[in-house]
Structures are given as structure tokens and as C-alpha cells.
Design a binder for this molecule. Structure first.
Ligand code: C2E
Ligand code: MG
Ligand code: MG
Ligand code: MG
Length: 285
């Protein structure tokens, strides 16, 4: 009886493993097709500069418009793309689309906006990364100074020489780098000061804890440390006006979060930016 049950459990377990393995393979095939068919889209989240009260940058965030499952968030397919290596072509699609949209925003007079694109550690394993990025930047005719790459601490720490060579070469072109999700990984300060990083993005999990009368020492210390190292600070995931006020007091340079705006498809972003501009000209008139 016990043996039979054991056998039964094993069977069920095995079945489930097989099923999830095959659906992962399905998903991989589907993502491959989605890339070919252009079923991915980028949404852009504005970043607000504390000092000027203006939108100074955008972060490109990928979504997958899936035929039957609707709009998929990155956490539903980026880990699989990293695992399978599909993140390499996907990453190029993202950069290429972001550069194109940057040019079109500029032509429509959206002004001078930095464009931040997330890069996975895995993308640095492609020996063609630097050459391809250079080619894409040239083809699109974008001034590299307006381009920023966001890397997580884990990406920066994992293969530092491989990563740092490419980073330095891009930094020479004028591209900026930011350290994403800061505080959630382990970065040594040696790396922070040795790599060409210009901005530190404080993770939402820390920003969530910023409250009036709260224990804000850690966030204040992160901001001071960043400034000490000559880095600018972006606070991520700001949802409440009170947090914005406090972060401003602590010296954060930029904020990004639902309080300012959710990530928006290009057409909505254009409307959002033109409303911002109108509001500003009313204020200054
Ligand atoms: P991330 O780079 O840290 O991006 C910030 C995430 O926080 C985004 O989620 C954004 O929509 C969300 N967020 C921003 N403000 C708020 C807020 O006020 N409240 C809440 N609750 N959330 C907020 P999203 O778009 O789902 O992206 C998740 C992650 O997926 C990103 O985290 C990034 O690590 C990854 N990702 C997105 N696009 C790409 C891409 O093109 N390439 C790579 N390699 N990774 C990407
Ligand atoms: Mg990011
Ligand atoms: Mg982040
Ligand atoms: Mg994140």
C-alpha cells in the first residue's frame, strides 16, 4: 500500500514536472515567434527631476502582447528569456525600439529626455554586445549622451571584468550607467567606485518604508553615500506625495513611480508630456 502510494506520488510528481517543462518550452517557442512578429511593446515610465520639477528621463519597460493571455509583464517572460538566451535578441529589439522612439519623440519636440534601458547580465555574454550597441546607436543617429543602461547589482558583480570592459567602452561614447534595484543585492563599494556608474536607483522596497516619523536612516544613508561617491540618486516606486517630499528633503535627485506616472505606451506618453509642457508654460507665463 505504502509502496503503491509512493509510486503514485512519484507518478503525479513526474507528470507535473513534465507538464511544466513542456509549457516552458512552449513559452520559449512562443517568445521566439513573438520577437519575429513584433508582438512585444515598450512602455515608458517618466522620471521627474526634483530640482526643476520637470520630466528629465524615461525608462523603457518591455511587455509582451500575447494573443491569448493578454499583456504579459516582464516577470512572466524575462527570467525564461535569460535562462534560454533569448534575452540577447530580445535585448537588441528593446534597444532598437527605444532608440527609434527616442528619435520620434525628439522630432515631435518632446525635448531633451534621457532614455534608460535595462540590460541583463546575460547580454554581456554575447561577444558582439559592444559592436552591436555601437552599430544600433549609429544607425539611429542618437547622441549616446542621452542613453542610459540600467544594470542590477548582481549583473555588475557576476562577471566584473567582462562587464567592466564593455561598460568603459560605452561610457567613453558618453553612455551613462545606473545601478538598478540598489540595496537588494550585494555590491561592494570597490565596484561602485571602479565602474563607470553615474546613478544609483534605490529599490522600491526601501522607498516603501519612507514615511513621516518613520525610520528613514537607511535611505538617508544610501543617498549620502551615493552623493559621496559622486553618483546621482533616483528613488524608484514612489507612490505617495509624502514620500516625494521626504525624499526631496533627503536629497534624492530624481523620482520615478506611480505618483508621477505609470509606464505608458508611446502614444499616451506623448500626450502626458505635452500636458506637462502646457502646465509648465502656464506656470511660467
Ligand atoms: P525595474 O527595472 O526595477 O523596473 C521598475 C519596475 O517597477 C517596473 O515593473 C515598473 O512598472 C514598476 N514600478 C515603477 N513605479 C512603481 C510604483 O510606484 N509602484 C509599483 N508597484 N511598481 C512600480 P515592470 O515593468 O513590471 O518591470 C519589472 C522588471 O522587469 C524591471 O524592474 C526590470 O528588471 C525587468 N525588465 C523590464 N523591461 C526589461 C527589458 O527590456 N530588459 C530586461 N533585461 N529587463 C527588463
Ligand atoms: Mg530598471
Ligand atoms: Mg529597479
Ligand atoms: Mg526591479
Amino acid at each position: 500500500q505504502a509502496k503503491a502510494r509512493q509510486g503514485c506520488t512519484w507518478y503525479l510528481y513526474n507528470e507535473r514536472v513534465n507538464r511544466s517543462a513542456s509549457s516552458l518550452a512552449d513559452l520559449e517557442g512562443e517568445l521566439r515567434r513573438a520577437l519575429r512578429r513584433d508582438d512585444l511593446e515598450l512602455h515608458y515610465q517618466p522620471r521627474l527631476c526634483m530640482e526643476t520639477g520637470r520630466i528629465v528621463g524615461l525608462e523603457a519597460l518591455v511587455r509582451w502582447r500575447h494573443a491569448s493571455r493578454g499583456l504579459l509583464a516582464p516577470n512572466e517572460f524575462i527570467p525564461m528569456a535569460e535562462e534560454s538566451g533569448l534575452i540577447v535578441p530580445l535585448g537588441y529589439w528593446v534597444i532598437s525600439r527605444a532608440l527609434r522612439d527616442m528619435q520620434s519623440l525628439r522630432e515631435k519636440g518632446a525635448g531633451e529626455l534621457h532614455m534608460a534601458v535595462n540590460l541583463s547580465f546575460r547580454q554581456f555574454q554575447d561577444s558582439q554586445l559592444l559592436a552591436t550597441l555601437q552599430r544600433l546607436i549609429e544607425e539611429r543617429g542618437v547622441d549616446p549622451h542621452w542613453l542610459e543602461f540600467e544594470l542590477t547589482e548582481t549583473a555588475v558583480m557576476r562577471r566584473s571584468d567582462q562587464v567592466s570592459g564593455t561598460m568603459s567602452a560605452l561610457a567613453k561614447l558618453g553612455v551613462r550607467f545606473s545601478l538598478d534595484d540598489f540595496g537588494t543585492g550585494f555590491s561592494s563599494f570597490v565596484h561602485l567606485s571602479r565602474l563607470p556608474i553615474s546613478l544609483l536607483k534605490i529599490d522600491k522596497s526601501f522607498v516603501d518604508g519612507v514615511t513621516a516619523g518613520g525610520d528613514n536612516g537607511l535611505v538617508q544613508a544610501m543617498i549620502s553615500l551615493a552623493h559621496e561617491l559622486g553618483l546621482e540618486v533616483v528613488a524608484e516606486g514612489v507612490e505617495q506625495a509624502a514620500q516625494l517630499k521626504l525624499l526631496e528633503g533627503f536629497g534624492a535627485n530624481q523620482v520615478q513611480g506611480y505618483l508621477i506616472s505609470k509606464p505608458l505606451p508611446l502614444a499616451e506618453l506623448e500626450k502626458y508630456l505635452s500636458q506637462q509642457n502646457k502646465a509648465e508654460s502656464v506656470v511660467s507665463a
